[in-house]
Design a protein around this ligand. Structure first.
Ligand code: TYD
Ligand code: MG
Length: 454
């Protein structure tokens, strides 16, 4: 008789223990350990070792190996390509996570329909008719896309072997089920084993696989961290459902940089790529407003102009309030302390609210100067010329520090029609003659204050 093994898995973080415990030793959550049958050994052995998709492996000389660049499929979706580092790598396993309803299925169906490659779209969540209805809403022509509604991994591999697609999309990993494990779909051990099988299939056949994953309340991909270790690339699809914009970020990427960002707009005909994000993130108000500045930040290799709004008002109660949306609150407190010391800003008597518009989060310190100026502008209730932008970090002693890739930032500001940019005097090799935009080189916060408000 087959030996049945079982273990306890935390449904929150995936920690495995041999006995039941009240509190998970991994994430300290209570009552999350659930017993799961790990494997039916005979079946597992038969499937894994008697199967024919396994290629024979042999060592290759390093010079014989074709570099990755030549082994990427370029998709028609430029934002997606860029986030992946230039296209989807042959034999890679990509996990894309996001909250329900954010548009994961829409995005991947769009990719499947428009890629000109032969795609197998496997759905365990929707029926073929439902997917077809969605496909009709999305603009496409001559799609070479096959739909399969199946949740058993072995059946999926069987169909894939017959169809020989260029790549496979799985919607979603939580609905898959492998016959080697008894626990129900979506449980930690199922999700983990299915991912492992997908990984083996992708590596052995060279067919890239994209998995869709759901996200738990605390924002991690459901069915734990272990998944993130197993796959090659983890993408996060995020955004406020109330905003039109959706951001695609790479959290982990074995084949490219992790700080690329793709921006999409949800429309009635699917997701549209946003080609010039700076233009949408900055509102073009005609009348000049106090407390509003524009910062030039970098998202990966791409400069991005964002609008920063601040409100500084007299505190009504004893302890002044601080609130920041899209910006680190501790960094805001630090900048306020610098302002108190250097510019006479009365930190103890003012409420300060800060907002980065468009619903995006920024942790690039190069927006410090714009934040500081927005607060000062709101404080004195004088507006800053809307053709002015900022790109510099503020140090603890009020010094204005240089930021990387300054030339790219200046060019972007110039391209979008800005007339002045405040940057640090310590940026190396900046020559005014090269640019049409006026460069204001500053050294200390006090200088900026004088320059702006006299
Ligand atoms: P969906 O891709 O089903 O989300 P997920 O797979 O991440 O759960 O996206 C669903 C949302 O997108 C839904 O609320 C409707 C909206 N949507 C549009 O606004 N326009 C469209 O063309 C499509 C297909 C969906
Ligand atoms: Mg979906």
């Amino acid at each position: 008789m087959a030996k049945i093994k079982s273990a306890f898995f935390c449904q929150n973080c995936g920690t495995q223990t041999a006995k039941w415990l009240g509190k998970c030793p991994g994430c300290n959550e209570w009552n999350t350990l659930v017993e799961e049958i790990v494997q039916k050994e005979n079946v597992r052995d038969k499937i894994l070792h008697g199967d024919s998709f396994k290629k024979n492996t042999k060592p290759h000389h390093i010079n014989e190996i074709v570099p990755l660049e030549n082994r990427r499929y370029k998709l028609s979706n430029k934002e997606f390509n860029r986030v992946l580092g230039g296209g989807i790598v042959v034999g890679s396993l990509t996990l894309i996570g996001g909250e329900p309803g954010i548009g994961k299925s829409t995005l991947l169906l769009d990719i499947a329909l428009n890629s000109k490659l032969k795609v197998l779209y496997v759905s365990g969540e929707e029926s073929e008719e439902q997917i077809k209805m969605r496909a009709d809403r999305i603009k496409h022509n001559e799609a070479n896309c096959f739909l399969l509604t199946e949740t058993n991994t072995q059946n999926i591999f069987q169909h894939a072997k017959n169809l020989v697609p260029d790549f496979i999309i799985i919607d979603s990993i939580q609905t898959l089920q492998t016959p080697t494990i008894e626990s129900s779909p979506g449980s930690v051990s199922q999700v983990r084993e299915c991912t492992a099988e997908m990984m083996r299939y992708a590596k052995e056949t060279g067919v890239p696989i994209i998995l869709i994953g759901h996200i738990t309340k605390d924002g991690s991909i459901a069915g734990p961290k272990v998944l993130e270790h197993m796959v090659d690339t983890v993408l996060q699809f995020e955004g406020d459902r109330n905003h039109l914009y959706r951001l695609l970020r790479s959290v982990k990427n074995r084949f490219g940089s992790t700080n690329e960002l793709g921006i999409y707009e949800m429309t009635s005909t699917g997701l549209k790529e946003v080609e010039n994000p700076s233009a949408i993130l900055v509102s073009n108000t005609d009348g000049e407003l106090s407390g509003v500045t524009v910062a030039v930040t970098m998202e990966g290799t791409r400069p991005l102009l964002i609008e920063i709004q601040a409100l500084a008002s007299t505190a009504a109660y004893g302890t002044p309030q601080r609130s920041a949306t899209g910006f680190d609150l501790r960094r805001l407190n630090m900048l306020l302390a610098v302002l108190e010391k250097k510019c006479g800003f009365r930190i103890g008597a003012k409420d300060v609210f800060l907002n980065i518009t468009g619903g995006i989060k920024v942790d690039d310190p190069s927006i410090d100067l714009a934040v500081v100026c927005a607060i000062l502008s709101s404080n004195v209730d004088l507006s800053i010329d809307s053709k002015t932008c900022f790109a510099a970090e503020v140090g603890l002693s009020g010094e204005i520090r240089p930021v990387p890739r300054i030339e790219q930032r200046i060019f972007e500001a110039e391209k979008l029609g800005y007339e002045r940019i405040f940057i640090s005097r310590h940026n190396k090799g900046i020559i005014q003659d090269k640019y049409k935009i006026e460069l204001v080189l500053v050294n200390k916060v006090e200088d900026v204050l004088k320059n702006l408000f006299g």
